[in-house]
Design a protein around this ligand. Structure first.
Ligand code: ACM
Ligand code: ZN
Length: 620
């Protein structure tokens, strides 16, 4: 092209982008689905003249600053109005409490004179604002718009559960401060409010502790085997340098806690006791059992069983734990500290004379009770300092205090037992909530922990175990997804595993059960993917294996329905054993029948491309 034309074209592009685009939002696709959403005829136009007005909210509160800053980041530089006028986005704190929306809910209205968001608390306003962001075009973070029309609507919204969490394991692999902040931003956008930070485990200790410097100089680092799949790992040699690892300094912890607070997210640190502690025993072997001569190392691969355990009969171990808690407590200004308690292999305790002496002295029945004794000691110490504990469901095995909260991961039974005894529980059963498991067929996805939680499965999660009466159900605080990172060694992969299942978790924890709708959710996922990709997140690929439901039609025939995870998927199938494709077999349009003993074969297409492979389902 001629040089002068190129310059003119560039100028024209610059002019057009600085003017911005005009867009009309046709419908809303909010995740999690609000409690009540009623769209109406007519629309309001957001433009350069729209003003921001805070009513009853100081402009220098964290929430007001966050809202102003976020709008600016989206190129929406709305000026503040000195008074409430037409064409305003008004954020107001209620003078009188609206009991329907509680502490986290909000009311949002789009009408002819503007947008009103009201709430009882700043948290409610914050969530109302997150909804407003999701009402704007999906690419709002990347594209400059100067006119956006929004359909009139009324939204009334509040969460189903108070605990809406996400765990990140930073021990198996370490993630930087900015990567953690990126996860917190994602949580805020989807109204998640508890960041469970798994800070210590066999593969690395990740928090600065002044009194025990070798936790950081030794236990935070390991030999680097990240270029080799963890399943094929070579053991570390004694002379190999330890180049993989890191830990968060206390200043960095405070930085993240402050950042999370602005996003209305609590940070719950987990310090694992008494098991999953190979890294501690490498740095301080004296905290292991007296009669165990194993030399422990900060682990470099998944290993099983996790035999490393802190000695339950050694007073200096209890002192160590109290000292560590003394440094943890001031960093995390929240109710809870998670003390682990899972998968503590007790073989060493059975052989250790100190552990056995403690069991005799305290007239304990067995090693499970010794674990309970240790945990109750620490719980006591923490409760005198205003903290409560959470532990994985194994803490129930030797008995727990009434105040302990149980995190139920081995199915629902931990929570059922906890609730029956009057203990609170948080649900994270592996079957639905372990996002380190594959999300689709293993042949088509990067290596992950052995297990499968598809998007559809993730969406079926109901935190309330069946069989609890109404009173017991009140002990279920909510749930969370867990991102264990044995097979996740970078942020891009972490996001690939979290998303899009994270949308499912947000909806399972916020939206009332009777407002959940898989088909609607599936279509919203596509629009949310555009939104988060525009924000720089990596998103996983869901399963293309059809979800099959069969029922007996008559003695020799089954009725089959197929479902799919990705909006726009077309399924072609055969029932005579031949290979289906776009040009061979039937396109699935609804339930059909198939003879007992036949094989259903399916081919899923998206945008004219075969996805994954042809699947076969023997029908019996
Ligand atoms: C766990 O997955 N071991 C809590
Ligand atoms: Zn011992």
């Amino acid at each position: 092209m001629h040089k002068i034309n190129l310059v003119l074209l560039t100028l024209l592009c610059l002019l057009l982008t600085s003017c911005g685009k005009t867009v009309s939002v046709e419908s809303y696709a909010i995740v999690p689905e609000p409690v009540f959403l009623n769209s109406k005829e007519g629309s309001f136009m957001l433009d350069k003249k729209t003003r921001l007005y805070f009513e009853n909210v100081e402009q220098n509160t964290e929430t007001a600053k966050y809202i102003t800053k976020s709008l600016r980041k989206m190129h929406f530089r709305l000026s503040l109005a000195g008074e409430k006028t037409k064409n305003c986005i008004v954020f107001s704190l209620n003078d009188t409490t609206n009991s329907e929306i509680g502490d986290e809910g909000y009311l949002l209205e789009v009408k002819e004179d503007g947008i009103n968001i009201s709430a009882n608390t700043e948290t409610g306003l914050f969530y109302g604002f997150q909804t407003l962001i999701q009402m704007l075009p999906e690419d709002i973070s990347a594209v400059r718009y100067n006119k956006i029309t929004l359909p009139y609507c009324t939204i009334l919204d509040y969460p189903r559960f108070e605990w809406r969490g996400c765990l990140r394991d930073v021990s198996r692999h370490f993630f930087s401060v900015s990567e953690i902040k990126k996860q917190l931003d994602l949580m805020a956008l989807y109204k998640m409010n508890k960041f469970h930070w798994h800070l210590t485990d066999d593969h690395g200790w990740r928090i600065e502790i002044d009194k025990y410097p070798e936790l950081n100089s030794i236990a935070s680092f390991r030999v680097d085997r990240d270029t080799i799949p963890w399943t094929e790992i070579e053991p570390a040699r004694e002379d190999e340098p330890r180049t993989y690892g890191g830990f968060y300094t206390k200043d960095e912890i405070r930085e993240i806690v402050d950042y999370a607070a602005q996003l209305h997210i609590d940070v719950i640190p987990e310090i694992e006791i008494p098991g999953h502690c190979a890294e501690i025993l490498e740095a301080y072997p004296e905290f292991g059992c007296a009669d165990d001569d194993t030399v422990y190392h900060t682990q470099i691969s998944p290993y099983w069983p996790p035999r490393a355990i802190l000695c339950g009969g050694n007073d200096s171990v209890m002192q160590f734990l109290r000292d560590v808690m003394d440094e943890i407590i001031p960093l995390f200004p929240y109710e809870y500290i998670h003390i682990g308690g899972d998968e503590a292999w007790k073989d060493n305790w059975k052989k250790c004379h100190l552990c056995q002496n403690r069991i005799k002295e305290l007239k304990l029945k067995n090693e499970e009770e010794l674990q309970s004794w240790m945990i109750i000691q620490i719980e006591d110490y923490l409760s005198r300092r205003g903290k409560r504990i959470i532990g994985w469901d194994e803490i129930l095995d030797g008995g727990v205090s009434k105040e302990a909260t149980v995190m139920s991961w081995q199915g629902y039974k931990g929570a059922v037992n906890a609730a029956a005894h009057g203990n609170c529980a948080i649900m994270t059963p592996t079957e639905f909530c372990y996002y380190n498991f594959y999300q689709a067929d293993t042949n088509h996805h990067p290596t992950a922990m052995n297990g499968m939680v598809t998007l559809h499965k993730a969406y079926q999660f109901n935190p309330i175990p069946s069989g609890l009466n109404e009173e017991q159900q009140k002990y279920i605080l909510g749930g969370q997804c867990n991102l264990w990172t044995e097979y996740i060694n970078n942020e891009e992969q972490a996001e690939y595993m979290l998303l899009p299942r994270f949308f499912a978790m947000a909806e399972c924890l916020w939206t009332p059960l009777d407002r959940k709708n898989w088909t609607l959710f599936r279509s919203k996922v596509e629009r949310q993917k555009i939104r988060i990709r525009a924000l720089g997140y990596n998103c996983g690929v869901s399963s293309f294996k059809p979800i099959l439901t069969t029922s007996i039609a008559d003695r020799n025939t089954f009725s089959v329905t197929l479902d799919w995870e990705v909006e726009g998927t077309q399924i072609f199938y055969t029932t005579d054993g031949s290979e289906p494709s776009r040009s061979h077999g039937q396109q699935y349009k609804g339930a059909f029948t198939i003879a007992r003993g036949a094989t259903l074969r399916t081919a899923s297409y998206l945008n004219d491309t075969l996805r994954e492979e042809v699947y076969s389902f023997p029908i019996r």
